[in-house]
Design a binder for this molecule. Structure first.
Ligand SMILES: NC(=O)c1ccc[n+]([C@@H]2O[C@H](COP(=O)([O-])OP(=O)(O)OC[C@H]3O[C@@H](n4cnc5c(N)ncnc54)[C@H](OP(=O)(O)O)[C@@H]3O)[C@@H](O)[C@H]2O)c1
Length: 254
């Protein structure tokens, strides 16, 4: 264990890139034993190496969050290796093609719902079962929502619907977890500089039909916020946090 080890185990889904990578590295740097999950083993291995170079503790486990068996295997590994889970960051997600609603393919709609909503449910379900029976009991679940959990961008029905649904899941998990010392919060991010958000810098459609370049913020600000949420004792919880590039068109969007 590194000198900063706090003994806590954190699972980050979608840890091979972007926000998940930054959060996993920051948690590892601050003493968490971090489990990195995502579909691409090579990307996870690269992040695990980076964590180890920072004297952090990271285990890379390939997992497709849309696949119930794959999620069950991930949690079997966590149970066998660590016997507990203190923090789950439900971060894996995808967006869709920016097309008129009638042109959204049914396969794409299902894939977005599977990743952004069903995947979060499958990981939450497994974490809930482990957290309520482990000793010491309880744990923290942090869901990655979005500004799109509040307001849509043009041509984003599937993404927006799933991110709004996450808000309901966050509230339900907070309520149902209360008697087991399981707490749940949500971070709603706006324009963190990752591959997914790179198009903001090139210009994206606005509600009035114009195309506008939008400001981005450093992804490390998100990682620092997630660390702050994770570090709280279970007697306290950030229920919802919105962190965004200050000048992005959200407040006043439209
Ligand atoms: N960047 C922003 O400004 C912003 C704003 C609001 C919300 N968010 C949310 O932040 C999260 C991360 O986004 P990002 O910006 O960091 O983009 P990203 O770099 O594209 O990250 C998405 C991650 O999700 C993983 N993933 C996708 N499908 C998966 C599946 N079926 N099973 C397991 N992992 C899967 C991907 O890894 P594999 O391909 O290896 O599976 C990838 O590492 C998403 O939920 C997104 O909606 C981002």
């Amino acid at each position: 264990m590194s000198e900063t080890a706090n003994g806590k185990v954190a699972l980050v889904t979608g840890a091979g890139s972007g926000i998940g990578r930054a959060c996993a590295l920051t948690l590892a740097q601050h003493g968490y034993r971090v489990v990195l999950a995502g579909r691409r083993q090579a990307a996870l291995d690269a992040v695990a190496q980076e964590a180890q170079a920072l004297r952090g503790d990271a285990l890379a486990v390939a997992c497709d969050v849309t696949d119930a068996e794959s999620v069950a295997a991930l949690f079997d590994t966590i149970r066998a290796r660590f016997g507990r889970l203190d923090v789950l960051f439900n971060n894996a997600g995808r967006n869709g093609s920016p097309v008129d609603l009638d042109e959204v393919s049914i396969d794409e709609w299902r894939s977005i719902v599977d990743t952004n909503l069903n995947g979060v449910f499958l990981c939450t379900r497994a974490a809930f079962g482990l957290m309520k029976t482990q000793n010491p009991r309880g744990g923290r679940i942090i869901n990655n929502g979005s500004i799109s959990a509040h307001a849509p961008r043009p041509n984003s029905a599937a993404y927006t619907a799933t991110k709004h649904a996450i808000t309901g899941l966050t509230k339900a998990v907070s309520l149902d977890g209360r008697k087991y010392d399981i707490v749940c919060g949500q971070i709603d991010i706006g324009n963190a500089a990752t591959e997914m958000a790179a198009r903001m810098a090139r210009g994206v459609p606005q509600a009035n039909g114009e195309i506008a370049v939008e400001p981005l913020m450093d992804v490390q600000h998100v990682a620092d916020a997630v660390l702050q949420m994770a570090n709280l004792p279970l007697s306290a919880n950030v229920q919802f946090m919105t962190i965004m590039a200050s000048k992005m068109p959200f407040v006043g969007r439209g």
